[in-house]
Design a protein around this ligand. Structure first.
Ligand code: CO
Length: 142
């Protein structure tokens, strides 16, 4: 078995963050503060139309995602389903290689072109139909 960090079938790929769709960052922060997690600085990711508040949880983050504009994907998600788990993000050491490997394996992307994410990251989303109902993100820290 390969242990390459860019091997999409490796067992060692860490979870970078879990994204949670929320109506209000402050109200939604309460449970995480009560759990003893401290928020990092809020950030707006313009390309995704979200306000992000991240809480450090070990080596991973909980990212609360509020709509920054009414036509953003998060706004549509909240309209359809209300607040709750939105996506799981795995870390990529080499996003372009991972994308090529997943495309070769027949994976379906929301959009295979990497976009800017929080904190200077690059990210792509795999389609929930490919993720068995889960929106999966790959994120590369550059
Ligand atoms: Co994310």
């Amino acid at each position: 078995m390969s242990s390459s960090p860019s091997d999409p079938f490796s067992t060692g790929r860490p979870i970078d963050h879990v994204g949670v769709a929320v109506d209000d960052l402050d109200a939604a922060s309460a449970p995480y503060r009560a759990l003893g997690l401290a928020p990092l600085a809020d950030e707006v990711v313009e390309g995704q139309g979200v306000h992000v508040r991240a809480f450090q949880a070990g080596d991973s983050l909980i990212e609360l995602l509020a709509a920054a504009r009414p036509d953003s994907p998060i706004a549509r998600f909240l309209e359809r389903r209300g607040p709750g788990l939105h996506h799981v993000a795995f870390r990529s050491q080499d996003l372009d290689t991972d994308i090529a490997a997943l495309q070769a394996a027949g994976a379906r992307f929301v959009d295979p072109t990497p976009r800017p994410g929080r904190a200077g990251t690059r990210a792509v989303f795999l389609h929930p139909s490919w993720g068995e109902g889960v929106l999966i993100e790959l994120v590369e820290h550059v």
